[in-house]
Design a protein around this ligand. Structure first.
Ligand code: B1M
Length: 210
């Protein structure tokens, strides 16, 4: 079995130690860091995605896999320039104002990151103003908002309106997610799309960024 396949399997199994060890060995052997990322780490996450979608893997396992990938990425980051890292675009993500739930949002962030997006995570209880300021600062292709409470969903519309008023709306796509949401709600508030889970969020971002 090739070292790339072993690395992909370690990521898939959420084996942090194994992923770190194999990544280190590949680096020591002089393997191209981008090949380690593409053929090992990302290849591992590519096994996870369809299994999660098919209900054959669950949230904790997906989080472990994403963390195993992150262990490998941390070792590789110093070896590659930011410009060399293939990036599908920047996604600004946060849980909206008044809402402290972040488990789902963190999972979405991890999956987006392991899927090749640069993710700027604004955390929880993110005010409308903070989203707008961060949009100016990071110039993202996508803003992702998460809400788990029916009472905080309304903050999503406020944020979209504020982005429009700040003249930023046309330059970015907005996606929303969280247990109480739906595609219908997303349409009502003028978002560009709704994702029911982390994998759907990745696919939606890929589609929107084109
Ligand atoms: Co809260 N809570 N909670 N809670 N909590 C819920 C959401 C609730 C449904 C429980 C219930 O009553 N049955 C209920 C909401 C009711 C409602 O509004 N309809 C509720 C409540 C009422 C509250 C408090 C008000 C309780 C209280 O204090 N009286 C309070 C509110 C605090 C606040 O936010 N201001 C509160 C607090 C908490 C804890 C702090 C204890 C904890 C949060 C810890 C944390 O997140 N760090 C907590 C938890 C854990 C839950 C439940 C049990 C689990 C949520 C979770 O993490 N699910 C939840 C009940 C439930 O959902 N069964 C509940 C796992 C996670 C992986 O799934 O977040 O849905 P989820 O994310 C999914 C998708 O939704 C989607 O992808 C994710 C992965 O597949 N997704 C996105 C999420 N964000 C996305 C963004 C995207 C795309 C997809 O694009 C940007």
């Amino acid at each position: 079995m090739s070292d790339f396949i072993k690395l992909a399997e370690a990521v898939f199994r959420g084996d942090f130690g194994g992923a770190g060890q194999i990544t280190k060995e590949l680096i020591d052997n002089g393997t191209d860091p981008l090949a380690i990322i593409n053929q090992g780490l990302i290849a591992g996450m590519d096994i996870v995605a369809p299994k999660f979608k098919a209900g054959e893997m669950f949230v904790p396992e997906v989080m472990m896999a994403a963390r195993a990938m992150a262990v490998g990425m941390e070792l590789l980051k110093p070896l590659i320039n930011d410009v060399d890292i293939p990036s599908k675009g920047t996604v600004l993500i946060g849980t909206v104002a008044g809402d402290l739930h972040d488990i789902g949002k963190n999972l979405v962030a991890m999956i987006l990151e392991s899927g090749g997006f640069k993710v700027v995570d604004l955390g929880v209880d993110v005010s409308v103003e903070k989203f707008v300021e961060a949009a100016k600062q990071y110039n993202p292709q996508v803003i992702g908002m998460s809400a788990l409470l029916t009472t905080t969903m309304v903050a999503m519309k406020d944020t979209i309106d504020a982005l429009r008023e700040a003249g930023l709306r046309n330059n970015l796509k907005i996606i929303v997610g969280g247990a109480p949401l739906s595609q219908e709600f997303s349409d009502q508030i003028g978002a560009d799309g709704y994702a029911s889970d982390a994998m759907a969020a990745k696919e939606l971002c890929e589609k929107l960024v084109g």
